[in-house]
Design a protein around this ligand. Structure first.
Ligand code: LLP
Length: 471
């Protein structure tokens, strides 16, 4: 049986069962697409351009930048980042003025991106004490921070509440007890949201609909558990129930899934009003808007997402007779993924006739685990041959001791040669934050480019950094 997984691709159920991490078999009939860099469309960061055969981003030559900074290297197009943040803010304020956009910092986190998010008027979703710490380091306004997580430790809760975060998103009844007690000890009243599992997934397939109830996150709606727990939250001292939260998944293309989730949530809000007389302040619909990883992907725009979500909230609030709440959304990937690229140097090539062509880069699963983990798809070009057509199908593999270590599986690429600079697009989300130092590989530096200037915002990890904590 085939079903759409949450990354939008079709997977044969059970195909990976019991398999060690290895590459899926190459499709030898696949033809290179013949596209040049600028024909890759939505996959490219906003300021991508080709000049003198070289890929430029933010007016900076990626080939020169790779030579100066070394590879592997994460590069972010600052104009693209800011543009998407502005689009989110503008789209939501236009269709639903009483709204806030929270940047889900798990997608990409360093101090500079949080400074930019603060400047662009974002609120912030932090998941855990480390993300909170980064926000505090850049003086992110704490009342605009929402703390998430299915198991926030005692320390994380205490730090967040002492710092004055705007909302704690409650995940369980056990956590309610802790938050209530800590708030009492700190002498504060903590505003909280309850995270609900609405039983709606990013696809309407029955298999997935039932499957999504099986979640470690949030209060389940099964057996009306979540609804009954509202009473406990209302009764708990030192906490103030400000509203409800849900997050139905990630890399979602089908907007109707968000509409269905809004309906479930607004109906819930209406029942809460009827039973407990509470009109909630906030409705937080989480993140999840999909992006273009490949030229075949057709994600909805930020504007379409805003329009769909806002109109559903208005429509269902009218239908169920409840006051329109403040609407919150928590995008991560759709703010940062396409702004980021990774540059590598091609250093080894190996052709296995009738099997595949391996092109090895000086990084891999340490800087991008998504391909190994999810068989995620990416587009790549050779930055120093950016105006040439992509005439070959290759697997860009990494340098790690693991057969499944690849960045691009069977992708189109210009004719590769040793020393070429490969650029993989769409790596701005969930690559750096999920990176590791496997095989003692230092994490790449992060460079922001804008108006012809490149600035290192996170320096490359050193060998010393790797072992500094060892005693
Ligand atoms: N809010 C909550 C509560 C979340 O759990 C997430 C993502 C977001 C917002 C942001 O969702 P986004 O807009 O980025 O889809 N590691 C996976 C993605 C995991 C997403 C986890 N939660 C990947 O690499 O695709």
């Amino acid at each position: 049986m085939k079903f759409a997984n949450r990354f939008g691709n079709f997977t044969e159920v059970g195909e990976k069962k019991g398999a060690a991490m290895s590459l899926p078999k190459s499709d030898l009939t696949k033809q290179a697409d013949g596209l040049t860099t600028m024909e890759l469309g939505a996959v490219l960061p906003k300021t991508a351009a080709v000049e003198g055969g070289h890929l430029h981003i933010g007016g900076v030559d990626m080939v020169e930048l790779a030579r100066e900074q070394g590879t592997a290297l994460y590069v972010f197009d600052e104009a693209d980042l800011r543009d998407r943040m502005e689009q989110y803010r503008e789209a939501f304020s236009e269709v639903y003025p009483n709204s806030e956009v929270l940047y889900a910092s798990k997608a990409f986190l360093n101090k500079e991106v949080l400074r930019i998010a603060a400047e662009e008027g974002m609120c912030l979703d932090v998941s855990g004490g480390g993300e909170l710490y980064c926000a505090r380091m850049v003086d992110f306004p704490m009342e605009r921070v929402f703390m998430h997580g299915n198991y926030k430790t005692e320390r994380e809760l205490r730090e967040a509440m002492a710092a004055g975060v705007g909302r704690i998103v409650l995940d369980t009844r056990i956590e309610l007890g802790r938050v209530s007690r800590i708030a009492g000890e700190l002498g504060i009243t903590q505003k909280v949201l309850m995270r609900i599992t609405p039983g709606v997934e990013a696809d309407t397939h029955e298999y997935i609909k039932t499957g999504c109830e099986d979640s470690k996150f949030g209060f389940t709606m099964l057996g009306d558990f979540a609804f009954n727990c509202v009473e406990d939250v209302l009764a708990a001292p030192n906490v103030d129930l400000a509203g409800f939260h849900c997050h139905i998944g990630s890399q979602i293309f089908a907007l109707h899934s968000f509409r269905e989730a809004v309906q479930v949530m607004v109906e819930f809000v209406a029942r809460v009003k009827e039973r407990y007389g509470l009109e909630v302040e906030d409705l937080d619909m989480g993140g999840g808007l999909g992006i273009a990883y490949t030229t075949a992907d057709r994600p909805s725009s930020i504007y379409e997402f805003a329009e769909c979500t806002a109109s559903a909230v208005k429509e269902f609030c009218a239908e169920y007779g409840v006051k329109e709440p403040r609407l919150l959304v928590e995008p991560g990937r759709s703010l940062v993924a396409n702004a980021g690229v990774t540059l590598y140097t091609i250093g080894i090539m190996k052709t296995l006739p009738d099997i595949r062509k391996y092109v090895a880069v000086d990084g891999g699963m340490s800087d991008n685990i998504r391909t190994a983990l999810y068989h995620a798809e990416y587009e790549a070009v050779i930055a120093n041959k950016a105006d040439e057509p992509r005439t070959e199908i290759v697997t860009l593999c990494g340098k790690h001791c693991e057969s499944g270590d690849a960045v691009v599986l069977d992708g189109s690429l210009q004719h590769p040669e040793l020393g070429d600079i490969a650029c993989v697009f769409g790596t701005g989300a969930y690559c750096y934050t999920m990176s590791s130092s496997y095989n003692g590989q230092p994490r790449p530096a992060i460079v922001f480019v804008k108006d012809g200037q490149a600035r290192v915002v996170t320096r490359r990890e050193t060998y010393e950094d790797l072992f500094d904590r060892d005693l």
